[in-house]
Design a protein around this ligand. Structure first.
Ligand code: RP5
Length: 172
């Protein structure tokens, strides 16, 4: 899954997170953005997280996406060690429904920004799309492709509405 010359680094606190967040990869693949995925924990492997984040920029990474659940400090710790933009994915949890992950990802102190996507729903996909948007600010071709994606989205929802209206007519 990890590719050569990655531009986006995806970290997750545990391999158990992957099934819950793997749509992040599909979003990046849709736009042909090379990425890498690693398991690394702010609590279980703090030195590895610090080393990865510190060296990320010099390795060519441009955005880091960090997914964690529970006491989800991964995105914040990554942000503490790099100037690259960090997107946090709060992973849903069984005990507290992901509220724990959300608050510990999003409630960063001033001076150390982390943006957080939603818990579950479109969160992981949006993390990937947001990374694409960040990269597109310096890439005209990617900007054009993202604009086309938005146009296709309008057409797709328009078709869904048409089909829904027909369904309503048959039900009445
Ligand atoms: C967090 O603890 C991970 O991100 C994961 O969401 C959660 C549970 O990890 P495991 O016990 O399944 O490895 O650090």
């Amino acid at each position: 899954m990890s590719q050569e010359n990655p531009r986006v680094g995806i970290l997750m606190g545990s391999d158990s997170d992957w099934p819950k967040i793997n749509k992040v990869a599909a979003a990046l693949q849709e736009f042909d953005i090379p990425f890498e995925v690693n398991v690394m924990s702010a609590h279980r492997t703090p030195a590895a997280v610090a080393e990865y984040s510190t060296n990320a920029e010099s390795r060519g990474l441009q955005v880091i996406i960090a997914a964690a659940g529970g006491a989800a400090h991964l995105a914040g710790v990554v942000a503490a060690h790099t100037s690259l933009p960090v997107i946090g994915i709060p992973v849903p949890t069984a005990d507290l429904g992901g509220m724990d992950s959300l608050l510990s990802t999003v409630q960063m102190p001033g001076d150390v920004p982390v943006v957080s996507v939603a818990v579950g729903m479109g969160g992981p996909r949006n993390a990937g799309l947001f990374a694409v948007q960040i990269l597109a600010t310096a890439d005209a071709d990617l900007r054009r492709r993202f604009a086309e994606f938005k146009t296709r989205l309008v057409a797709k929802i328009g078709q869904k509405n048409e089909a829904f209206q027909k369904q309503l007519q048959t039900e009445s």
